[in-house]
Design a protein around this ligand. Sequence first.
Ligand code: S3P
Length: 173
Amino acid sequence: MEGRGRAIVLIGFMGSGKSSAGRILERKTGWKRFDTDEMITARFGRPIPEIFAEFGEDKFRDAESDAVKQLAAAAPAVIVTGGGIVLRASNVELLRRLGRLVHLEADEETLFRRVSRRTTRPLLQTENPRATLAELLRIRLPLYRKAADVQVDTSRMTHEEVAEVILEKMEGH
Ligand code: S3P
């Protein structure tokens, strides 16, 4: 625990269930919840697809890194991150100071089914979203796994079960 806060930091691919588990963990722990996507949309005053369309992915990534820097280690918290947070090692380093990194995973089929319900993910608005997802996953999976303290496979779990398992796993950490 030396030098690390008590936050539960959720990382993982789009559709892995971070936002839903984060809300349940907020209720169960009574801790504050921070969500980097929400912080960015509040700052720009517009939804993520518009931020990508008007300012580009790089500006979004800069805003994402700024959001991580704003998270202070003072109090325990539940921190929900966007799927691309691990693309910058500096983000991971700061998050690791705040607490434990929990990687929510799911099989490719499940992720695709979940993300297909919405059109709010600009990175997947391609001609072949399934192939794009597979390619992004191939690049990112090693990054999530390397950054994480613990992994939880959410493929066959309810959001409530995911939150329970996370809390159980946190006891040993
Ligand atoms: C992104 C994931 C999204 C959001 C943005 C980019 C990514 O968050 O930050 O669309 O690069 O994987 P979710 O993981 O909550 O979908």
